[in-house]
Every structure is written in C-alpha cells, then in structure tokens.
Design a protein around this ligand. Structure first.
Ligand code: GAL
Length: 639
C-alpha cells in the first residue's frame, strides 16, 4: 500500500468557477484525497426539509473528475440556526447549567433524541445520494467529537438518559446505593427518577456518581456515532472514519473506533505545545516552531490502536490516518508561531513511519473571513502558494521514490485506559494527577530511550509478544488484564488496581496481583515544587504511595519505603520525574535485552518493518550515529 496525502477543502467557501483550478492544483501538488462537506449542513438544507444538493453534486464531480478521491463528512457538528426553532432544547448545557449558544459549532447535546433523529436523517440523505458514487472513497462522521469540551451535557435530556442508563446498569436503587456508598451523607435514592446529574452540588459530588455520568456521556458519543455508521453502511461500502482530537479523553475512543474502519486524528503540533502539553518554559521555547517531539508520536500510536479496535490490519495495529495536519500558524492557541521550514514535511513522514496510510493537510486555502481567517492553509487567501505547499509536494515525490515501509509491532506496550482518565478526573486527590499526563510521561521516557511503543487498550488480551509492558494509573484491573500482566515483564503503578470498578477502596487493599504480594496502605499528593527523594538520586513528583508487602524491593525512597517492588511484575509506588523514568527504563531494557539509546534532546527514532526513521525536532542540526540530521530534518535508512 502506497502512503498518500490529501487536503481539507470547503467548496461552499469559494466561487464555483475556481473549483476546477483548485482541483488541478491539488493534483499537481501530489495530493490524492480531498475531504469535504463536514460543516455544510446549512448549505445542504437551507430550511428544514428543503434540500439543496446541486452544488455538492457539482463539487463532487469537479473534484472526482480531476482524479481526487473524496472523503465526505456528515455535517452534524454544525446544526443550522433553524434547528433551534425546531428543537429549542437541543443545546448542550455546561456544568454551570448554562446553555451553550449558537454562533460557532458543536452546540448540540448528545442525549437529545430529537437532534439524534435529525443527525440520522441528514446522514441517511447523504448516504442515499452519494453512497454508490465512485468518487466517494471514504466517509467521515461528524467532526472531532468532544472538541471544545462538548462530550458532557448537563441538560434535561441527559438527566433522563442517565436515569435510564443507571436503571439498566444497577437494576435496583438499592444496588446503586450500595455501589456508590450513598449511606454516606444520607444520599440514598428510592427511585432512579430521583437521581440528578453530578453538577451544581454544594460541595463535591460523590465520585462514583461522577464516574458513572462520565461513562454514560461516553456511551452517548458511541451511540451517536453508531447511528450514523448504520445509515452510511446501508448505502455505501466505502470505509468510515472519524477525526479524533489530541489529548481528548472524555469518551472511550476504543469503543467509538470499534464501529469504524479507520481511525484518524487532527494533528496541530505547534498549537498543542502552546495549548495543552506540559513542559518547562525552556522546553516550550526550544520546540516553539516544531511542536513537542513526542506528542504527535503518542497520538499516532494511540490512534493506531483505536484503528485496530475497528479490525486488526496486522499484528502492528489497525488502519489510521492524520485527517488534519497543521500547515502553518493556527489561530486558536495562546501564541501561534509559524513552523520551522521542513516541519510540514517532517510531521507527515513521522505519521507514515508510525503507520498512517494518509495525511491530509488542513486546509487548502486560508479563509479570508470568519473565525479561522488567521489560520494558514496550503494556499494563502490570495491563492498564492503558502510555504507548506512545496513541502507537501516534496513528501508526495518522496513517497513515490521510497519502497513501502510496513508497520512493525513495537517492543514495548503501554496500556491506556479512558475509564481511568475519568476516575482520576472525578477523584484527582492531587491537582496535578491526570491520566493522560502520567501515561505521556512514561511514553516520553520510552521515546528518549529510542524505543518503539504500541499503545494498547485495557482489553488488549495477551501481552507476551512485548518485551515489557507499562500500565501506569489503571484504576482497576480486569481479570484478563491482571492475568496478562502477571504473565509478562511489566511495570504497573502508581495507582494501578487501587480501586474497585465503582471507584471505592477494595478489601483486601490493591493492587490485587497475587505474584506481587504488596498493597498500597497510604497515598499522598504533592505540590509541584516538592519531591520525594529516591535512593538512586531521582525523585517522585506529584504522587507517592507507601506499600506493605513481602515482595523484593528494587528501589527505595530516602525515607526507607519501597519505591519499586516486585520481580518480573513490578509496582511503582509514585510518579517518577524524568530522570527516574530514564533509570527505570534503562533497568527494564537491561533485563529484557533491549537497547536503551539515551537520545539527544529532540532526536527521535521510529522503526518500521524495513526502515529506521530518524526525526530531528531540534532547532539545530544533530550528529547521531555518524549522520548529521539537519534541524527539522528526517533521515531514513534500511534496517
Ligand atoms: C480542528 C477542526 C477544524 C479546524 C481546525 C483549525 O480542530 O477539526 O475544523 O477548526 O481545528 O485548526
């Protein structure tokens, strides 16, 4: 399979007489795919029930006849204004009880059955009309579920839906009261219809109440997506994709992915560094125009796993794409610098090295109007080439020159669990405890060591093909995951298996992994400037636990407690700082016979079946293994 490039295009933004020229220039730039339609509901249905497909018919013909393959988006992220007259209560309600207003996008509530029917209807009309059209080679459902904090809605529709969901899950109020521990503060319920949403309480709501609401909200995203999938599949055999976001944990992507054929995500490396990735001020300055050297790779590996939920392509993962790739400055981060020359090429190659089939740049021409007028495209607003266009062309020529680079299974597995993210969001116990942040700190250490990582879901099954597995922060181990970890070399903790599935403390105390024979008897969270020193010179930050047990102690804190305990399966009793993660990985690598590289800052590796790729995220050239890799440069060699 040849890797391909594409672009996001909005024919409805431009006069019809320039579409053909745009399409020809896309083909000249080496692009094969064009994504259209995902925000065009109002142009497709200017008034309720009054359809105007003519312009889309013509756009599809112009683009398709130019040789482009089309990804058609369902437009449900942008319900038109008339929809509110029909369904005034379809607006999502925020946690403070305020409706989320019209005038941007994603203002709908996933629980609103009237809006759900509208979403099915518009999807059905598109699928019926275009499902057998040869130019439509893929579909995209909606756009970036959860973006702009839109998974959870505290609406009346959500309240009713949640009550019904709870009744199904617990069958009786007594069972729910027991599971939640409602005897505490006289919170027992006699009837499911009395249960409200866990917002606007006087002090904090009960954690299992919150966790169940987060589970319910995630299920609504899964259902909403599935309803569209059913409509599309009835009329089309083309693969169905969703474009997920970066650092978004509010719904279970593995469950949505199970209904889709291909996972994709929207990669804005520079926006994300400024907007949502932790790093020291020096780190953020150093990578200002390149993005964090590990954030893209983390999401590539995560979404390869999400793609796999829709069907394994190989041992190494499922089908996945980058649906939107940053081409220049964005408009939405606190600061919006331009990429270093070369980065629009590097990001695409990094995605391919991690197994992406396709990378689509966002967007073709910068819009001179509306919210994103300061967001770069491959063309400027005046239609002249923007800098990323030449880089896209270069990538397309390189793809043609390079033999296929298959995706290899990685040596290291990292378990990532959305439920744990919700659990710790409901009950952080320390302001800095965040599941993404913890998993990402482990991932970054693997990357500094030059290791290839497969991110795996909690129902991953057998882990014995990996040299070792990391499972930090997994609140509750299912029996199969517990057995899979016990049968391999693994490092679990902090916080792993320290709760029941209802987010209470188990008896006996966790982790309940027989070979470990240790339990967490005390936890403390720490402010950012305080650490717990370890015997080997490192420290725990944010979080530490005190363990009791018989297992061999691998490392101690300076105050004499076990920091790492166990043998093949080890438990980590705190959140390591970077230097400690490096030491931990060096030891694990030595134990299982893997090379630990200790790479220069900004240099990153990724092995495919046939090639080793070297990426230089640093703003200066780096010499490594006899080769000089320029700033923002990519180097590959056969393995
Ligand atoms: C994405 C979104 C696009 C566009 C882009 C701008 O999150 O899917 O529609 O808004 O950001 O960077």
């Amino acid at each position: 399979m040849k890797r391909t490039l594409g672009v996001c295009y909005y024919p409805e933004h431009w006069p019809e007489d320039i579409w053909a020229d745009d399409a020809a220039r896309m083909v000249q730039a080496g692009l094969s795919w064009v994504r259209i339609g995902e925000f065009a509901w109002q142009r497709l249905e200017p008034q309720s029930g009054v359809m105007d497909f003519g312009w889309l018919d013509r756009a599809i013909d112009v683009l398709g006849n130019a040789g482009l393959k089309i990804i058609l988006g369902t437009p449900t992220a942008t319900p038109p204004r008339w929809m509110l007259d029909k369904h005034p209560d379809m607006l999502a309600i925020d946690e403070q009880g305020r409706p989320r207003g019209f005038g941007s996008r994603r203002h709908y509530c996933f629980s609103h059955q009237g809006f759900r029917a509208e979403s099915k209807r518009i999807t059905r009309l598109l699928a019926q009309r275009y499902g057998s059209k040869e130019h439509i080679q893929a579909w995209q459902t909606d756009n970036e579920y959860a973006c702009h904090d839109t998974t959870r809605s505290y609406s009346y529709a959500a309240t009713e839906g949640f009550q019904h969901w709870l009744a199904q899950k617990y069958q009786s109020p007594a069972a729910l009261n027991r599971a939640w521990g409602n005897v505490f503060w006289s919170m027992d319920y006699d009837d499911f219809v009395d249960i409200g949403l866990p917002n606007l309480t006087v002090t904090e709501p009960n954690h299992p109440h919150v966790l169940d609401f987060y589970r319910y909200s995630s299920d609504m995203v899964v259902q909403f997506n599935r309803e569209q999938v059913v409509e599309i599949r009835a009329h089309s055999a083309a693969p169905i994709i969703h474009n997920y976001m970066g650092r978004e944990t509010s719904f279970d992507h593995f469950k949505v992915g199970a209904d889709l054929d291909i996972a994709s995500w929207d990669s804005y490396p520079i926006g994300f560094l400024s907007d949502r990735i932790e790093g020291s001020p020096e780190h953020k300055r150093r990578f200002l125009r390149q993005g964090d050297p590990d954030n893209q790779a983390f999401h590539h590996d995560l979404y390869r796993a999400v793609g796999r939920a829709g069907g394994a392509q190989s041992d190494a993962g499922g089908r996945w794409w980058v649906m939107e790739q940053q081409p220049g400055p964005v408009n939405w981060a606190p600061y919006n610098p331009a990429p270093l020359p070369g980065m629009a090429r590097l990001w695409a190659w990094e995605a391919f090295a991690h197994g992406a089939e396709t990378v689509c740049y966002f967007r073709w021409r910068q819009a001179p109007f509306a919210q994103e007028q300061m967001h770069a495209g491959l063309l400027r607003t005046d239609s002249a080439d923007a800098p990323a266009l030449a880089e896209a062309l270069q990538v397309s020529q390189e793809i043609n020159a390079l033999p296929e680079v298959g995706t290899a299974r990685a040596d290291v597995a990292l378990v990532f669990d959305y439920e744990s993210a919700w659990a710790w969001e409901a009950q952080p116990q320390g302001a800095d405890f965040d599941q993404f942040r913890l998993a990402f700190s482990a991932y970054r250490a693997c990357r500094r060591a030059g290791l290839n990582v497969d991110i795996v879901p909690p129902d991953c099954g057998d882990l014995s093909a990996y040299k070792f597995t990391l499972a930090p922060g997994i609140m509750h181990l299912s029996a199969p995951l517990r057995a899979a970890l016990a049968a391999t070399t693994a490092l679990i903790g902090p916080r792993t298996d320290t709760k029941t599935e209802h987010l209470s403390i188990p008896t006996p105390l966790g982790p309940n992994v027989p070979s470990l024979n240790a339990s967490v008897v005390l936890t403390e969270s720490l402010p950012p400037d305080v650490g717990v020193p370890l015997e080997n010179g490192g420290k725990f930050v944010h979080w530490r636990e005190v363990l009791e047990g018989e297992a061999p102690v691998q490392l101690r804190t300076n105050d004499g407690h076990a920091a790492i305990i166990g043998d093949k399966l080890r438990y980590l009793a705190g959140w390591p700082d970077d230097a400690t993660w490096d030491m931990i990985l060096r030891d694990l690598c030595a134990d299982v016979g893997l090379t630990h590289h200790a790479l220069p800052d900004g240099l990153r590796l990724r092995d495919t079946e046939t090639h080793r790729f070297v990426f230089n995220y640093a703003p200066e050239p780096i010499h490594w293994n006899g080769t000089e890799i320029p700033a923002a440069g990519v180097h590959w060699q056969t393995l």
